[in-house]
Design a protein around this ligand. Structure first.
Ligand SMILES: Nc1ncnc2c1ncn2[C@@H]1O[C@H](COP(=O)(O)OP(=O)(O)OP(=O)(O)O)[C@@H](O)[C@H]1O
Length: 439
């Protein structure tokens, strides 16, 4: 029976996701029509419940009957010496366990180093070899200059050299949401244990999101202290220096400053050219030097540069050619960013018969929420905006942006012609892709 459950589950999950998330997943026992699954740690348990709960439940009901239930438990790793012999098998892992998903393209090798980021880069490189040496590391810069890339490069490096390390990377918004869910479900102990006791390296991105959220700040403060006291590495990323995190308690700000504070500056033109070349190398695609210099003249942050380059490469792949004239016609929609952002809100509100304030509000009327979704999808795919920037533009949380974009993607996959036509109209109005677009 155990094998049948695993086999049926395997058939419903892609190989890649299976290898990623189910490497130490097993059926611990079956009590009547209740199945107990076991995984290696609480992070994987959480992720499986969230992402695969429905499919696991379906399989269990298919095999054991309609009213069957399941739970996932995680194995406690006993680190005491007396028991180390017994637990040896469980402690040796051939492959790192990804506690929270990381982008494997965010490596030190894929990062261009220049005067603008050399100090930060070296601090992170050194810390990845000696976690806890600089503790905490507080990294800040303007948006899109490589903070997430650098923090995850450290995480990827550490996991590659020591697969048994447990690295948790999450935004402060995710931290807060998880905290709220845990409070509602009465699981606060589990939540606290997850980050305070289990993580060897804790990376909290976008700390500024907690401005104005005192409850989450306090929880993070205690987590910070517990992790720090245990000598585990903490990394905080922010869009401003610690002292400018207004309304954060001064004891917290001073904790952030007690290790090392590093900043990434704006890259120079030369550095941007190198970054553009690196992006093409990593993403696999090429644009000629003339166009590349034109792009670098317009965009001064790696994130915007990346959005523009990907758009040009996508065009070239679709239509087989790309010249300067086409590049010019494609890019204004991204370059005159602020105007376009305003225009985007204006056009979608007009298209869906509402006003800009409705879109930025919490109203859930059908036309308004549809306008939001289409606008967010467009901003992501055509204006090269990150989901966080979109959140700021539409006055919505990061997770609701991600969810809305996913819903549109899903509908497009299922061939929803109405959405295609809205996007096409939007595209024409905003002067995106050359006449006719790619939709
Ligand atoms: N020095 C660099 N070399 C190569 N690519 C870079 C460099 N800096 C940034 N990038 C790329 O630019 C994009 C944006 O970087 P990233 O998301 O790390 O910025 P960020 O500072 O975390 O942004 P935010 O403030 O929005 O959180 C990423 O795809 C990243 O790989």
């Amino acid at each position: 029976m155990k094998d049948a459950i695993i086999k049926a589950l395997r058939e419903k999950i892609s190989r890649q996701r299976w290898e990623h998330w189910f490497s130490d997943f097993s059926v611990k026992k079956i009590d009547g029509n209740h199945v107990v699954f076991e995984v290696g740690n609480i992070f994987v348990k959480d992720h499986l419940e969230k992402e695969f709960g429905k499919v696991i439940s379906k399989v269990v009901r298919e095999i054991l009957g309609k009213n069957s239930t399941f739970e996932i438990v995680y194995a406690e790793v006993n680190t005491s010496h007396q028991n180390s012999f017994k637990d040896e098998g469980a402690l040796i892992r051939k492959r790192p366990l990804l506690l929270t998903p990381l982008n494997n393209k965010y490596t030190f090798e894929n990062m261009v180093v220049g005067d603008f980021n050399r100090f930060a880069y070296n601090v992170f490189l050194e810390a990845s070899k000696k976690p806890g040496f600089y503790n905490p590391i507080f990294l800040y810069s303007d948006v899109g200059l490589g903070k997430t890339h650098l923090a995850q490069a450290l995480a990827n490096y550490v996991l590659e050299t020591d697969p048994d390390m447990k690295v948790a990377y999450l935004t402060s918004e995710e931290f807060m949401n998880e905290m709220i869910t845990a409070i509602k479900a009465g699981n606060t102990e589990e939540f606290r244990e997850k980050y305070r006791k289990k993580a060897d390296i804790l990376i909290i991105d976008d700390i500024q999101f907690l401005i104005g959220k005192p409850g989450a700040q306090i929880e993070l403060f205690h987590t910070f202290n517990a992790v720090h006291e245990a000598g585990k590495q903490i990394i905080i990323c922010s869009d401003r220096p610690p002292q400018e995190l207004k309304d954060f308690h001064s004891r917290m700000v001073s904790r952030f400053q007690m290790g090392i504070v590093v900043k990434i500056e704006k890259p120079s033109k030369d550095a941007l050219i190198k970054i553009a070349r690196k992006i093409m190398e990593v993403k696999g695609g090429e644009i000629n030097d003339e166009i590349l210099l034109y792009v670098v003249d317009i965009f001064d942050s790696p994130r915007l540069l990346q959005g523009a380059i990907l758009k040009l490469i996508a065009y070239k792949n679709l239509f087989g050619e790309l010249n300067m004239e086409i590049a010019r016609s494609l890019l204004p929609s991204v370059s005159s960013k602020n105007t376009d952002n305003d225009k985007l809100l204006e056009i979608v509100s007009e298209m869906f018969d509402c006003n800009k304030e409705d879109i930025l509000s919490k109203k859930r009327l059908k036309n308004i929420s549809f306008a939001r979704k289409i606008g967010m999808y467009y901003a992501h795919k055509y204006l090269g905006m990150s989901t966080r920037e979109i959140g700021r533009l539409f006055n919505k949380t990061h997770s609701s942006v991600v969810q809305n974009i996913r819903q549109i993607e899903e509908s497009l996959k299922q061939g929803n012609l109405a959405i295609k036509s809205y996007l096409k109209r939007l595209n024409k109005s905003i002067k995106g892709f050359a006449e006719g677009g790619t939709l």
